[in-house]
Design a protein around this ligand. Sequence first.
Ligand code: UD1
Length: 421
Amino acid sequence: MDNIRVEGGVPLSGRVRISGAKNAALPILTAALLADGAHTFRNVPDLRDVHTMLRMLRRLGIDAEYERGVATVQARPVLEPVAPYDLVKQMRASVLVLGPLVARYGRASVSLPGGCAIGARPIDQHLRGLEAMGAAVRLEHGYVHVDVPSGRLRGADIYLDFPTVTGTENLLAAAALAEGRTTIGNAAREPEIEELAHVLNKMGASVDGAGTDTIVVEGREQLAPVDHAIIADRIEAGTYMVAAAATRGDVLLEGVQLEHLDAVVAKLREAGVTVEREGDGVRVAHQGRLRPVDATTAPHPGFPTDMQAQLMVLMCRADGQSQIRETVFENRFMHVPELNRMGANIAVDGRTATVRGVPRLGGAQVMATDLRASASLVIAGLVAEGVTEVLRVYHIDRGYERIEEKLAGLGAHIERVSGHA
Ligand code: UD1
């Protein structure tokens, strides 16, 4: 298994291009199941999760190829609409095939994701929405089996208990082929939802209100294949912003959609970091001291849970005490003990982490436990004195394209090494 070795202390500088958004690519790839024919998706990041989703499509009998950012999917009728355990256990977002499969074939079986490192993450809201649209749900032998007795979902008024991202996406895709109108209330408002709605509309669907908390979908009998370029990854962008600030660097991010990053940019500016548009890019720079800032994660447009670990590393370098509250997932502070081993001073009480800034972090061997936690440890390594080795970087490969190359391009002393852990 590969590790990442970082020698800290170099301020990042230069330009970095932000890749396509993983969390937009995944639901969009599954949307191809809604219409037979040749789909082309561009700006698709070369990530483990994307390849897992392409494998899932192939397992369903669909040709799915990937070459240098372009995914071509030749959709044809699926004979066995089943998402098997070996793929779902690698990536929880595999559940995104559920909505499209049920809408298209009136049935689907998806292995239930097992215990996940960051909280329980159930899919009850996905299933309740499908039930409201006329599906029957049965749990058996670790699989959830969804059947539509009438063969076609019908539109319904759905109100989510929590604005779940993949839940909203599953129901949105399902509603696109349902009979009649579906309203999804308390819908997730993430930019990736808007992006999926945009793609569905290009395919001939009628989706209104994506990006607000109420989405209205008029179901269609049929959709058509699509050619689409995927938006930039706001979380990758936010991660490089924090890396630039934490190392007291000066970095120009290219291809960012700054309007997707309001909550992150607000916190960076509050901490004293310079974030400004420059030409087509966004310049992030910092020198001197950092002010401590408090943050609470929340569904979009709140501060993203996927940026919580990275902000925490930044706060380790602030002058004073900050509090970071995690409200989206329980148990998403697994980076804390590792950061403390590097000399951070972070105390966790329930869902709140209290971070006291320290004058220095020291390099250490640390273990990545999930995708964003891994990113935070790499940033900590960039800041720390001495050498940090982040073990088990396969987590990082799920969500960051060529991270060591991109950081090396910004001057970091970083390399991937074949490891033992
Ligand atoms: C998506 C993102 C992930 C991000 C998360 C929150 C993708 C592929 N992944 O994950 O990167 O961290 O949003 O922004 O887009 N919940 C329920 N019942 C459900 C569904 C969710 O109780 O049916 C709860 C979960 O336990 C969790 C919270 O809702 O506490 C948020 O989960 P959700 O928005 O569903 O996250 P994902 O869609 O899995």
